[in-house]
Design a protein around this ligand. Structure first.
Ligand SMILES: Cc1ncc(COP(=O)(O)O)c(C=O)c1O
Length: 376
């Protein structure tokens, strides 16, 4: 049997990871500034993470959501504490798309409405509702296209009000910082106005923090740069450092009832062990502060490279636009300097490294990038 061939692959086979590095099967060592797509938050193969998962699988790996699972309660407690959102409720699932799917469903249940407003260049996942609210026609099948969705321009508050004023919109969904769209940060004023409009028209506000959340930007969630209070917050990626886990934070005003949501695998013991290890390491190693500090250092260094067109980002979620096409520069960095980076479109490099990144890693990247940009 062959694999369903949907991914463009680099001819590299990683077999080992440690902190900010991965090694391939030929013994090459790579600096990981991509984090396997913003997933590696605490660094590869952290000893505490390995201990938590191995000791858990030695005890019990799985039972269903029909019995008591104190690890879910502990995860909710620790998450509430570190995010400052302990008055919210937690629903656990397995991926980012699934988190968004459940958030959309909750918004629709709560308001009794069907329509969702999302934004241009947004990405929210590949399941039915999540892909329908994603601004990329190529990945929306006719089956997905039946949802009632309005995709509006970024930060156009008048158009948003026009749309919400019909009082038929269940939720507005926005990324804390747009990731796949090219690292676009919503302004504080815009987020505040959006919150006010949502309240005025009884529409729920969903913050998709799947890429921008979990400490990466120097706040636990990127939206916490402002003092807005979303009704729903979705998360995944960094939450399990590679173990599949996602979640929805749900405002206290949304009431649960038995059977409203459900999942077989969500919140299983291994996922909780991974999730707990991530939060424990983030706290004990001050990784959120480190993301903020190293992000500033990296942005300062990038600003001094003359061939760079523009830089956007916060903490360790950074977009770099180059004057030349980005693909040969990234290839050069990967094959000559052994550095993994991410991409968005034709001119934007995306940096989403582990939050344990240090100045030595950054200096090596900057000197490599300078050489690549010069020779490209
Ligand atoms: C902002 C955002 N939302 C949702 C998703 C979907 O997450 P997953 O691939 O875990 O379903 C992604 C994935 O890249 C994302 O960046």
């Amino acid at each position: 049997m062959e694999l369903f061939d949907v991914y463009s692959l680099f001819d590299i086979t990683p077999i080992k990871g440690q902190d900010c590095y991965v090694w391939d099967d030929k013994g090459n060592k790579y600096l990981d500034l991509y984090g396997g797509h913003a997933v590696i938050s605490i660094g590869h193969s952290h000893p505490h993470y390995i201990d938590r998962l191995t000791s858990q699988v030695n005890k019990i790996g799985f039972y269903s959501n029909s019995v008591q699972n104190p690890m879910q309660v502990e995860l909710a407690h620790k998450l509430g504490e570190i995010s400052g959102m302990s008055d919210y409720q937690l629903f656990l699932c397995n991926s980012g798309a699934e988190a968004n799917e459940n958030a959309l469903k909750l918004a629709s249940f709560h308001t009794g409405r069907k329509k969702i407003v999302a934004f241009e260049k947004g990405f929210h996942g590949r399941t039915s509702g999540a892909v329908a609210i994603t601004d990329n026609k190529k990945i929306i099948s006719p089956f997905n296209a039946h949802h009632q969705v309005e995709i509006l321009p970024w930060e156009n508050i008048e158009l948003i009000e026009q749309c919400l004023s019909h009082k038929d919109v269940a939720a507005v969904i926005i990324e804390g910082i747009q990731g796949i769209g090219g690292i676009h940060i919503p302004s504080t004023e815009f987020l505040k106005e959006l919150e006010i409009l949502c309240k005025k028209y009884e529409t729920l506000l969903i913050l998709d923090e799947i890429q921008s959340g979990y400490g990466r930007t120097g706040e636990f969630f990127a939206f916490q740069q402002t003092n807005i209070q979303p009704d729903l917050v979705t998360m995944a990626k960094g939450m399990g450092n590679g173990f599949p886990i996602g979640g929805v934070l749900i405002s206290p005003k949304i009431k649960a009832c038995k059977g409203l949501l459900g999942t077989t695998f969500g919140g299983n013991y291994l996922a909780c062990a991974a999730g707990l290890a991530v939060l424990e390491i983030m706290k004990s190693e001050n990784l959120i502060d480190n993301a903020k500090k190293q992000g500033k250092y990296l942005l300062n260094k990038l600003a001094k490279i003359t061939d760079i067109e523009s830089i956007r980002g916060r903490g360790l979620m950074i977009g770099v636009d180059t004057k030349k096409k980005i693909s040969p520069i990234r290839k050069d960095l990967l094959l000559k300097n052994y550095i993994f980076t991410g991409v968005s479109g034709t001119y934007t490099m995306r940096l989403l490294p582990p939050m344990s990144l240090n100045e030595g890693h950054i200096d090596y990247f900057i000197s490599s990038l300078e050489a690549s940009v010069d020779s490209g």
